[in-house]
Design a protein around this ligand. Structure first.
Ligand SMILES: [Zn+2]
Length: 76
């Protein structure tokens, strides 16, 4: 059995890195799910926002639906 200290450190770093990635991904998903499905707000894509003289139109990043911005700045 020849396991070097470097290998052990490498495994520990890989585990910490992997758990951090999983944490960030799940946090992002929970945030989107909460924001999108609980509050009922959509996330506008950064591009293709149009102003029709009354309100802004865009497409939702998550579901792709056409959405409009209300006077409070929320997308629905
Ligand atoms: Zn949506």
């Amino acid at each position: 059995m020849l396991i070097s200290i470097l290998e052990i450190i490498g495994v520990i770093i890989a585990v910490i890195w992997a758990s951090g990635v999983v944490y960030l991904l799940s946090k992002g998903r929970v945030f989107k799910w909460f924001y999108h499905n609980i509050l009922g707000w959509h996330l506008p894509s950064d591009k293709l926002q149009e102003f029709d003289g009354c309100s802004f139109h865009a497409h939702c990043k998550i579901c792709g639906k056409e959405i409009m911005q209300d006077s409070q700045g929320n997308w629905f």
